[in-house]
Design a protein around this ligand. Structure first.
Ligand SMILES: *Cc1c(COP(=O)(O)O)cnc(C)c1O
Length: 364
């Protein structure tokens, strides 16, 4: 068998090849490539899918994060609470604005431990950033309640959770702003870089719409120093095609993950858990193993590719050495970094591929 890769983006493309190709040709022939009807349509469709009043398309998920904090006026001297075990872009969204990240340990579902938030609140705390990691919704009732009681802004990093729900409510709608990435490997993936924010706040949506286009609403009338962060027509058009199939694609992945949950029986492996009231859209299927590096090598020898999400937690990365953290400061986060492993999962995975992955893991 050819090597089983951790992810296969080509498979998802071929599932709807004709529609993607038709849309690409339509956009190419339209003669309009930035800020046009494809973007307007996608923003309307995505806002409606998520259940938000407004969606503003941006160039990436990182842009969505930093522009969200900029729009909320969070900057130097302000603190933002975030979980330690996230992708580093979540933290960069905070620090690009000059604000300080304050790390909280994750719970057993890999999301922010809501019970550990309040002890980190100071008079400088301005916001909480909840990351719905790997595709599962965080404990949003509690997080939202804490933000309300302490008068904090709530931002959600939904880069991995398109359509995931907590108690029936879609992630991205709990707080002030929901930030999305459409990086190709995400569950709603573009064919290049793309992102968006959703919000119910008209003023915030308006600010972000102006900010993404050099701070101008009317051409050459610049009201503020903004960014060039526009979701282009090609990506917006292709995302509209994929959005139609997003629930179907999540259901397909759910079937694969239910098989993994049922059929991986190796005692050395800890399987992911699902929180009561939360839905999981399975951006990644993340197992834990004390001898993770050895397991990874073993799987590689058997032609099964895996990825570690993420091997170096942000507080120990070189980029954030200036924050002064050292090993041992966030023990749960660090233990996860040493034991997590994402096993192959993608739309269009064959039964043979999954049989093989399950058999090889059980034989470890
Ligand atoms: C992918 C990702 C981002 C960044 O998105 P880009 O589009 O790659 O900039 C931010 N946060 C999380 C949790 C992500 O997974």
């Amino acid at each position: 068998m050819e090597k089983i890769m951790p992810n296969r983006l080509d498979r998802g493309f071929y599932q709807h090849q004709e529609e993607f190709e038709k849309k690409a040709v339509d956009v190419l022939r339209s003669g309009w490539y930035i800020l046009g009807n494809e973007l307007k349509n996608f923003e309307e469709q995505f806002a409606s899918y998520i259940g938000s009043k407004y969606c503003v398309g941006l160039a990436s998920g990182l842009d969505a994060l930093w522009i969200a904090f900029r729009a909320l006026n969070i900057g130097p001297g302000d603190e933002v609470i975030v979980q330690g075990n996230t992708y580093i872009a979540s933290v960069m969204g905070i620090t690009i604005n000059g604000a300080t990240p304050v790390f909280v340990e994750p719970d057993e579902y890999f999301n922010i431990d809501a019970d550990a938030i309040e002890e980190k609140i100071t008079d400088k705390t301005k916001a909480v950033l909840a990351v719905h990691l790997y595709g599962q919704a965080s404990n949003m009732d509690k997080v939202k309640d804490i933000c309300k009681r302490h008068n904090l802004k709530l931002v959600e990093d939904c880069a991995q959770s398109h359509g995931a729900k907590f108690n029936g409510q879609t992630t991205g709608t709990f707080g002030d702003i929901g930030c999305f990435s459409f990086y190709p490997s995400k569950n709603l993936g573009a064919f290049g870089d793309a992102g968006a924010i959703v919000t119910d706040d008209e003023e915030l949506a308006k600010f972000i719409r102006i900010f993404r286009n050099y701070g101008s609403e009317k051409r050459y009338h610049n009201m503020l120093v903004g960014a060039n962060s526009r979701l282009d027509e090609m990506q917006a058009g292709l995302l509209s095609v994929r959005l139609k199939y997003l629930d179907e694609m999540a259901d397909e992945k759910r079937v694969y993950c239910n098989r993994y949950l049922k059929e991986i029986t190796n005692e050395k492996i800890t399987l992911p858990k699902i929180r009561e009231g939360a839905t999981h859209i399975w951006h990644q299927f993340v197992i834990r193993c004390d001898s993770r590096d050895d397991l990874m090598r073993y799987l590689d020898e058997k032609n099964i590719g895996t990825i570690i999400h993420y091997p170096i937690p942000p507080h120990l990365s070189e980029a954030y050495s200036y924050l002064g953290f050292k090993e041992g400061d966030l023990p749960v986060t660090e233990r996860y970094a040493k034991t997590v492993l994402s096993i192959p999962l993608y739309n269009g995975m064959t039964k043979e591929e999954q049989d093989y992955v399950i058999d090889v893991i059980n034989a470890y």
